[in-house]
Design a protein around this ligand. Structure first.
Ligand SMILES: Cc1ncc(COP(=O)(O)O)c(C=O)c1O
Length: 413
């Protein structure tokens, strides 16, 4: 994104501000989709990466389905016009009420345990409406990424294990239930994965399991969903292009499909890959402080705005807008009252002064969607650029938002 434009947007809308490049989102969506065109794969964008309405609407316009991890995300997908058939609702913990809403909406429901399946069957029977269900399986694969985003390890809370036939028995049970249509098979092994190996392992296990379901239970699935997880080059060193990923896993999937003898749809749920590189977080420098040990740049964003560095020790490239040359080493310090609130450590950057504008790159995924009002700071604003057109897609939060729905008991007022 052009420095002059970033300055202009920061002046117009204030900071902290998320700016998204809609054309890059489009490019990444098409790149992913075309890499898997041989399988005619359905791309269900993972809303958790960025569930801002305009971003979801842009992806719906491009033809994306929706991978949703809460009923809130399901309702967002429906609001932006995604066909319920293209919505996959996956959560390890759903309330009975949420299951009812999902059934009424007609979306695909991924179960992660048998208690939930029983509840779902009960509701479906009562409503006389068929539920389209799948199970998330735990393929016991190390995705070689950050532990907090490794989801398919055998110790993980997610999925039904192949071990001890837990996953198989779930399908066996579901197949016999009234008002339950066993529609899919799902896995998601983790996030920010830059190595095709774990995806290949998962594909092999999934296809073998689908084969077993067909052979032993006669189950033909409507879809097999391989989840998301493709990483992006935050550090500009390592990357895995969808084409390379496809080259590694498509032959495995095709081999599996030939064995199956029928044609389920193939689904992927990329989130980060689609929106991660397209987002920049703009933040203004409040002050610069030298200690005997470090130089801190205090900015007007913090881990309430971008949680990834504090939560995952994540690296984001940092630029000083309108300045070049690397002269000094700084830590970019957030404005949250926690010593862990450092957005970037030991970065060689141009000399920074109060009032400079800092751009934190590749902040489109798990940025705004993880933002909070911690320390009583309202949420940032968001802008979507498409060519020369820029639209404010979320107004900056205000103080009143922080008090919304709160009540002071009469005797304390
Ligand atoms: C079930 C599920 N699907 C898809 C995704 C998207 O992952 P990513 O953004 O790494 O592509 C996630 C994220 O963790 C997830 O939990």
């Amino acid at each position: 994104m052009d420095d002059k434009l970033l300055e202009k947007l920061a002046d117009e809308y204030g900071t902290p501000l998320y700016v998204y490049d809609g054309e890059l989102i489009q490019n990444r969506f098409h790149r992913f989709q075309s890499a898997f065109s041989e399988l005619d794969a359905k791309v269900c964008y993972a809303y958790k990466a960025n569930s801002s309405l305009a971003i979801c609407a842009l992806l719906r316009e491009l033809g994306a389905g929706a991978d949703c991890v809460s009923i809130g995300e399901v309702l967002t997908a429906l609001k932006v016009g995604v066909n319920p058939r293209d919505v996959i609702y996956t959560s390890n913990s759903k309330t009975d009420e949420e299951l009812s809403v999902a059934l009424a909406a007609g979306v695909n429901i991924t179960h992660d345990n048998l208690d939930e399946l029983e509840v779902m069957a009960g509701i479906a029977r009562k409503k006389k409406k068929q539920a389209r269900v799948s199970f998330r399986v735990n393929p016991d694969i190390n995705p070689r990424t950050h532990p907090k985003i490794s989801t398919g390890l055998k110790e993980s809370k997610f999925g039904l294990h192949f071990e001890k036939d837990l996953a198989f028995n779930a399908y066996k049970k579901a197949c016999k239930m009234d008002y339950i249509r066993v529609a899919g098979l799902h896995c998601h092994i983790g996030s920010q994965i830059l190595d095709a190996g774990p995806f290949v392992e998962a594909a092999k296990k999934m296809m073998a399991f689908a084969f077993r379901l067909k052979k032993e239970l006669g189950t033909t699935l409507d879809y097999i969903d391989f989840g998301g997880g493709l990483g992006i080059p935050y550090k500009k060193d390592k990357k895995l292009e969808p084409k390379e990923l496809a080259k590694a896993i498509v032959p495995e999937i095709k081999k599996g499909l030939r064995n199956l003898g029928y044609q389920p749809a193939i689904v992927f749920e990329p989130g980060r890959y689609i929106v991660g590189e397209a987002g920049v977080l703009l933040t203004r420098v409040n002050s610069v402080k030298k200690t005997p040990y470090k130089k801190f740049v205090n900015v007007d964003a913090g881990f309430n705005t971008l949680l990834r560095p504090a939560m995952y020790e994540a690296y984001h490239e940092v630029k000083v807008v309108g300045k070049k040359d690397q002269q000094e080493t700084y830590d970019i310090a957030g404005n949250i009252c926690e010593s862990g609130d450092i957005l970037a450590k030991n970065r060689k950057l141009p000399k920074i002064r109060k009032g400079d504008l800092i751009a934190i790159m590749h902040a489109g995924a798990y940025g705004m969607s993880m933002a909070s009002t911690y320390n009583s700071r309202p949420l940032p604003a968001e802008v979507l650029m498409r060519g020369k057109k820029t639209d404010l897609i979320r107004e900056r939060g205000i103080q009143e938002d922080l008090h919304w729905k709160q009540k002071i008991p009469e005797d304390l007022a």
